[in-house]
Design a protein. Structure first.
Length: 263
């Protein structure tokens, strides 16, 4: 948040006129609900149209949920259908209770941030501040598809165009560390290839769906999916496989009997 606030303040220009930029984190609470049955649960607590056509992905608008005004975003960080609901802190618990009650019939379950972290890493989603920093660029992070290079102007366009022309030398990769053994990894561990350090781990999590240790690391571009490397875990070299960005395909992630998760 401090990074975002600092960036916005740096962009403020006198010619823009009076602009107020302030910290508002404490003014809102957020409840996320994701899973194949998320729409079913939401339709049980609102009369608003939350269908695919009525509330498309990456859209945001106000909803009325059992008497409460809620700002909802159709967005997900776990690779499943879902929403984030922003409300005043004083009604956050009431909103939570209503969603949990409405989801009882489909087996809704609460989940914490570590569950979210595990799911997003299985899906290949990056986390700003760990997987993406001011020292990395979206091409290296595998997010070049998110950049509109045909846009006339945006911050960093020239540098990014130059990097694209030259070609990247490293790429953020998904690693499956060890086989079925659980290993304790925190991030920052050295990654070895042919006896030399070629990178260090960024995000780490245990993927409960795939039952494997998952980690991200920037590696030389030639170490693509299928390559074998080693991770230094407390002085022990643990074998790891370079995998494609998403550990599971979409059709494998979605199960008809899967339960929605509120966080």
């Amino acid at each position: 948040m401090n990074s975002d606030l600092g960036w916005l303040r740096l962009q403020r220009r006198d010619e823009d006129g009076p602009v107020e930029i302030r910290e508002a984190t404490e003014e809102l609470s957020v409840v996320g609900m994701w899973g194949p049955q998320a729409r079913t649960v939401l339709e049980g607590v609102t009369d608003d149209d939350v269908s695919e056509a009525g509330f498309p992905f990456m859209h945001a608008r106000n909803l009325r949920i059992e008497g409460f005004d809620v700002f909802a975003q159709r967005v997900t960080y776990v690779g499943e259908l879902g929403w984030e609901f922003y409300v005043e802190p004083r009604i956050a618990v009431q909103l939570w209770d209503r969603l949990m009650r409405a989801g009882e019939a489909v087996g809704i379950r609460p989940g914490g941030y570590r569950a979210l972290d595990s799911l997003r890493m299985e899906k290949g989603y990056r986390y700003y501040g760990t997987d993406l920093t001011l020292m990395d660029n979206p091409l290296e992070a595998g997010l070049g598809f998110c950049v509109r290079f045909d846009k006339v102007s945006f911050h960093g366009r020239e540098a990014l165009m130059a990097a694209k022309a030259v070609g990247i030398t490293r790429r953020l990769r998904t690693l499956l560390v060890a086989e079925r053994e659980y290993v304790t990894i925190y991030g920052g561990e050295a990654v070895y290839a042919d006896g030399s350090i070629v990178g260090r781990l960024r995000s780490c999590a245990y993927g409960f769906t795939v039952e494997r240790n998952i980690a991200y690391s920037y590696l030389p571009v030639e170490l693509g999916p299928g390559a074998r490397v080693e991770v230094d875990v407390f002085g022990r070299r643990v074998p790891a496989e370079v995998h494609r960005d998403a550990v599971l395909k979409r059709e494998q992630l979605v199960s008809h009997d899967a339960k929605p998760v509120a966080s």
